[in-house]
Design a protein around this ligand. Structure first.
Ligand code: URA
Length: 240
């Protein structure tokens, strides 16, 4: 791949801008300054290609897969109106690649949020027919009772949605603490399911997507990391 094209693919702006960066001597490849935009780079899947732009180090990634421990008060939209945007947490180089949220969490929901520029991955995890398991923990306004758990397991109807919505692995952790797994992803699903059984979600946290668990990633609130190919497989691994 030509160096100018490689830089462009990694989010460094237009082809022209990338050519200029290279001509200005701003770019090193595996530690060596390279001023020829047409320099041909070999990208082998098993080797890590390191480069730098104005002294900042980067690694070539064909696609990016990111896990964010989403804080409260951040919206999953580019044009956030009343809160911060989760995209504020990423630099322009990543944003230029067309980073998208894999599904949405409400602004007040915390926990595991995946982001990617891989349209196929995004589609695989969010397509309504794919039913990726998502584990949520919540604090409820009222004590949780056995009837509510049974109703959640059996499935509840949600206004303007067809069919019923059931949770699996419903576990009461304390009087007001519940964990459950859902397999669809309709708007405000967990909050609406709890409202349908006569309770109210006061705090919501996503713990897991597929078999990818936030605790195993050891991310503090607001921190993010690149996912390895193994992580990506884990995220995809609990689809029905
Ligand atoms: N369900 C909700 O109600 N909100 C979320 O953020 C995620 C799932």
């Amino acid at each position: 791949m030509l160096l100018e094209k490689m830089l462009q693919s990694q989010g460094f702006g237009s082809r022209k801008h990338c050519q200029q960066l290279i001509k200005n001597g701003a770019v090193t490849i595996m530690g060596e300054t390279q001023t020829n935009p047409k320099f041909a780079i070999k990208i082998a899947p098993e080797t890590v290609l390191q480069f730098s732009v104005y002294g900042q180090n980067y690694q070539y990634r064909e696609k990016v897969y990111i896990a964010l421990h989403k804080p409260q008060g951040y919206e999953c939209s580019h044009q956030a109106t009343h809160h911060f945007s989760v995209f504020d947490l990423f630099d322009d180089v990543l944003l230029n690649r067309g980073l998208q949220c894999v599904g949405r969490l409400d602004q007040d929901t915390t926990g595991l949020l995946l982001l990617t520029d891989d349209g196929q991955f995004l589609q695989a995890l969010t397509h309504p027919k794919k039913h990726v398991a998502k584990v949520y923990a919540m604090h409820t306004a009222d004590p949780i009772n056995a009837t509510q758990i049974q109703q959640l397991e059996q499935g509840v109807a949600l206004r303007n949605e067809s069919g019923t919505f059931a949770a699996t692995e419903v576990q009461q952790l304390a009087e007001h603490e519940l964990q459950m797994t859902i397999h669809q992803g309709v708007y405000h699903q967990v909050k609406r399911m709890l409202a349908a059984v006569g309770n109210k979600v006061e705090q919501l946290h996503r713990q897991q997507v597929g078999a990818l668990n936030l605790t195993d990633l050891a991310l503090d609130v607001g921190e993010w990391m690149y996912l390895s190919p193994e992580h990506v497989e884990l995220a995809k691994s609990r689809m029905e």
